[in-house]
Design a protein around this ligand. Structure first.
Ligand code: NAD
Length: 292
């Protein structure tokens, strides 16, 4: 099977390397030539979007958001124009579930199947091949391509029809953002009360308040290391998608809106490219106290 992957950023690059390790013939494309060269050195072939559409039985994307996925697939001379009926498209980017459904509807008219399969786990798990995939789409398409996703992830769960993967991802992103804000708020309080945040972290991480988010991000907050990881600007994008989706269906998201405002504030302070653990800098700004 020939596989194409478009989008070789923080996540796409290690995912490409795991596909190569698993023995797939991989064609890659990105606007960033350095990223393409790195993956070609690891064994892939560089290809235009047209070549990927023409040659590949399976096209994968790992792009920032809905507009990029729509443009790459459905834009003028987009990849879909060149794909064969019977081929498959799996979008692994985190995008608006409504956009996934719109793209799938257009592809379906061309006889192309689609899954939306966003991931959680970040760069370290992309490198280890232990990402968690949340998948939407037809059961038989899922069954056929699950082994491909398992070369990049240790958990691959079908959550429903097309769009269900990205709806699940929105839930994931709400929980991560609110958890980061809760950690920032709580640890700022302990620091201002003269109780060492490092000792508080050690004391509570194994209890009910502990979480994967706390374990992964508190060391970064304590070291004041905000190298991404997952950028604040990308998390703003996810919360925008969550709020849009919630407003369309009437779901209440008051806490999400509040944390999104904190992230917007950091974006306008020029911190959009920081890791999302940088939410703690919002609390530093309003309290005059840094946790780390
Ligand atoms: P990134 O910004 O590092 O990478 C995106 C890549 O897409 C870049 O290399 C860019 O050059 C490329 N690109 C953009 N437009 C293109 C186009 N028209 N043609 C070809 N290439 C194009 O982003 P990332 O962190 O790798 O995230 C990718 C997706 O995965 C996002 O939807 C993000 O929300 C999601 N995600 C990221 C993480 C994380 O920790 N970084 C974790 C889970 C999910």
């Amino acid at each position: 099977m020939y596989v194409g992957l478009i989008g070789l950023g923080i996540m796409g690059k290690p995912m490409a390397k795991n596909l190569l390790k698993a023995g797939y013939s991989l064609y890659v494309n990105d606007l960033n030539n350095e990223a393409v060269e790195e993956i070609v050195a690891a064994g892939a072939k560089a290809a235009s979007k047209k070549e990927i559409g023409e040659k590949c039985d399976l096209v994968l994307t790992m792009l920032p958001n809905s507009p990029q996925v729509k443009d790459v697939m459905l834009g003028d001379d987009g990849v879909a124009t060149h794909m064969k009926p019977g081929s498959t498209f799996i979008d692994m980017s985190s995008i608006n579930p409504v956009a996934s459904q719109e793209i799938a509807a257009v592809l379906s008219e061309k006889g192309i199947d689609m899954l939306d399969a966003p991931v959680s786990g970040g760069e370290p798990k992309a490198i280890d091949g232990t990402l968690s995939f949340m998948v939407g789409g037809k059961q038989e398409v899922f069954d056929r391509f699950k082994p491909v996703l398992e070369t990049m992830g240790s958990s691959v769960v079908r959550c429903g029809e097309i769009g269900a993967g990205n709806t699940t991802k929105l839930a994931n992103q709400i929980i991560v953002a609110l958890n980061l804000a809760a950690c920032s708020e709580a640890f700022t309080l302990t620091k201002m009360a003269n109780v060492d945040p490092r000792l508080v972290f050690d004391a509570i991480r194994g209890g009910l308040a502990g979480s994967t988010v706390m374990d992964a991000k508190m060391p970064m907050i304590l070291e004041r290391n905000f190298k991404p990881g997952f950028k604040i600007d990308l998390h703003i994008k996810d919360l925008d998608n969550a709020i849009d989706c919630a407003h369309e269906i009437g779901a209440p998201v008051p806490l999400t809106v509040q944390v999104q405002e904190m992230m917007q504030n950091l974006h306008f302070d020029g911190r959009g490219q920081d890791d999302h653990s940088g939410i703690s800098n919002y609390y530093a700004k309003i309290s005059g106290t840094t946790i780390g």
